[in-house]
Design a protein around this ligand. Sequence first.
Ligand code: NDP
Length: 236
Amino acid sequence: MKPLIAITGASSGIGAATAKLFSENKYPLLLMARRLKKLEGLELPDTVCRKVDVNKSEEIRAAMQNAEKQYGPVECLVNNAGILYLGETWDQDPAEWQEMIQTNIMGVLNGIHAVIKVMMARNTGTIINISSLAGRKTFGRHAAYCGTKFAVHAISETVRAEVSHTNVRVITVAPGAVETEIISHTTSKQFQQDWWDGIGGIIQPEDVARAILFVFEQPQGVCIRELVMTPTNQPD
Ligand code: NDP
């Protein structure tokens, strides 16, 4: 049996596509998200599905302990759960900033914290943090979101260097516009429409899943530190 892959935010979009691809490649999975029915609806073999809010580190740990009893230690954590609310700084509800900061930054840190010590002790493991092109450059109406994704890059790079005396890899995958549910959570229909009009092209969650599998399946001594991918026609 191949080693266990844990994925947060596996109930839709990039996380669900990644779960399907790793499953096709015969990896056992731990899938985490708040919508348990969506995880179970994927109907993947050798898979543990757990209702987890990434803001609650104890829920991540409990889910991992449960899956590890069946499939052994988590070899790869894909820290993918994230939310996007677009808004202009002078109008956006700070509660949306708080939720993005909590989920996109603390969620990633909670995931790292749950696996890193054991990975270091085992001298193997891979953490793949899903950031965004918005973690490399800024976009209007994305102030808080960009802040969270720049943070994901900074956290990944710091932790990568910290554990570089071991064989634990920390990798950032940063996509441009991907066709998922994510934009639908923004309250303003106009901002949603502007997002679609402005991106110039779109890639599919399956495209990002292939990149995630690719970086993971390199030999353990090879760390693709950062992979940025966008639709070819995305100008910015
Ligand atoms: P989706 O909205 O389709 O998926 C987001 C996933 O995150 C869902 O499975 C959702 O599950 C989960 N999630 C959100 N909040 C929490 C939480 N508190 N606890 C656990 N799970 C949570 O969007 P994408 O697939 O597009 O997003 C995946 C990642 O990719 C995000 O980090 C996003 O920032 C990033 N990204 C997306 C881009 C895009 O254009 N789509 C571009 C660049 C990066 P549930 O609601 O069931 O909890």
